[in-house]
Design a protein around this ligand. Structure first.
Ligand code: GLY
Ligand code: MN
Ligand code: MN
Length: 440
């Protein structure tokens, strides 16, 4: 196993992002961002730490209890990072810390302070500034620090910034357009995710358990240097596929059913997000094939429309047209296609959006426009994920009941249209059947 490609983003990329933030900040203002806190799982066991995505985006620093303070005044800018101080005893138990001395040089900040002194430093640095960029409500420990500092400043008759400005719109816009280095990391997350889905297809058999297939995929993630999934695995056999965020993953896989897997690796903090649906015994039945082909046409036609200056809405309108025509053809809906679309009759069988931004978060940040009609731009990365879910109780022809299908790819918007970052993961019926049968 060669994990040499466990890419570390060069620190210059984070520094350049902070420069772009400074350019957008008003004069005489500060911007404050906290990372996530450690989260207790049970008794004295924590979840493994994962930094906040905005904090990581501007620092490249993955230790807990850290914060960034950027200050812009007419004549200068100042970047400050608060970190945990070095502590030999704590480091013996819980792992190395970068420390206050090393932080400025390693992370390319002007200055670093002990996070335990953050209230006092903030009181000094924020006094007499006009505005403070801050996103309230993201981290409770951050809110407590900032607002208790304001209270102390008021008590000491120090002037606090008069306006609080939410930095989320500014930073989300920046995160929405990916740099070349980011695209390389997302491509790797997508590649690892594709490998894991291929392994799942090869390993699936009747009478194995959903959880075993999750394990096979996690093995593949780890093998390629992705320690975590970007979100909880959805490994949904048979009608479990009709529960959109099913994650019990504890049922046996039945001969004759489909298996829907929605799983993506997180690589260097960037997410992949792939869904594939395939037959547990390696061969699609006729009704499964009919619904699968319909979903496949939806994703292919929608993908053609996810190009610069088009929108998620335009692609979804096309997908809905294809879906409604198909459902009428199969006798699942009855009536006039245009009227059914007008009534949104398809919503009972396709109840989620066509896609979402993808990046440091699986549901990445960035404005979508009022009706997901924001014009797409080069450098955006998004998912395309149509689905059809026919619950057992639905009033439809018997052979379609209990079938749930979703197919999800990840696209980079490019000058020539789009690049499918998950094209390495098979989705044609013939390719899936061949892969599965060759493995059995
Ligand atoms: N895996 C969640 C989603 O596809 O949006
Ligand atoms: Mn997904
Ligand atoms: Mn998705």
């Amino acid at each position: 196993m060669d994990l040499a490609y466990l890419a570390k983003m060069p620190q210059e990329e984070f520094t350049a992002r902070r420069e772009r933030v400074f350019e957008q900040m008003q004069d005489n203002s500060a911007l404050l961002i906290f990372t996530e806190s450690e989260k207790r799982r049970n008794n004295d066991c924590d979840y493994l730490f994962r930094p906040d995505s905005y904090f990581w985006y501007l620092s490249g620093f993955a230790e807990p209890q850290s914060a960034i303070l950027l200050i812009k005044q007419a004549d200068k800018t100042e970047s400050i990072i608060f970190v945990r101080k070095k502590d030999p005893l704590m480091e013996t138990w819980n792992g190395k810390r970068l420390g206050i001395e090393n932080a400025p040089k390693t992370l390319q900040f002007h200055e670093a302070f002990d996070v335990e002194e953050i209230n006092a430093v903030l009181a000094k640095k924020l006094a007499n500034l006009t505005a403070c960029y801050y996103a309230r409500g993201l981290q409770e420990w951050g809110d407590n620090i900032l607002f208790s500092t304001f209270d102390e400043m008021n008590a000491n008759r120090q002037k606090t910034p008069t306006t609080l400005i939410d930095w989320q719109p500014m930073l989300s816009e920046m995160r929405l357009i990916k740099s070349e280095l980011e695209i390389a990391l997302i491509q790797q997350a997508c590649h690892i995710s594709s490998m894991a889905h291929i392994r799942a297809m090869k390993q699936t058999r009747p009478n194995r358990y959903e959880l075993e297939i999750e394990g096979e995929m996690q093995h593949e993630f780890t093998r390629f240097g992705a320690r975590f999934p970007a979100y909880n695995f959805i490994v949904a056999g048979g009608e479990n596929a009709c529960i959109l965020h099913y994650n019990e993953n504890d049922q046996v896989l039945n001969d004759g059913d489909l298996l829907l897997i929605d799983a993506g690796a997180e690589f260097a903090y960037y997410a992949g997000d792939i869904t594939r649906t395939f037959p547990i015994n390696g061969k699609f039945s006729e009704p499964q094939k009919e619904l699968y082909e319909l979903t496949l046409t939806m994703i292919k036609e929608a993908t053609k429309l996810l190009v610069p200056d088009s929108s998620i809405k335009a692609a979804n309108d096309k997908a809905v047209q294809i879906l409604t025509e198909g459902l009428v053809r199969l006798g699942i809906l009855t009536g006039n296609v245009d009227e059914l679309i007008e009534q949104k009759a398809y919503r009972q069988f396709y109840m989620h959006g066509l896609g979402h931004w993808l990046g440091l978060d699986v549901h990445d940040v960035g404005d979508y426009g009022t009706e997901r009609d924001r014009p797409l731009q080069i450098g955006m990365v998004l998912t395309v994920e149509p689905g059809i879910y026919i619950p057992k109780e639905a009033d439809v022809p018997e052979q379609y009941k209990g079938i749930g299908i979703r197919i999800e790819d990840n696209l980079l918007i490019t000058d020539y249209g789009n690049k499918n970052l998950t094209s390495g993961c098979p989705k044609e019926i013939a390719d899936i059947e061949q892969l599965m049968q060759s493995a059995q």
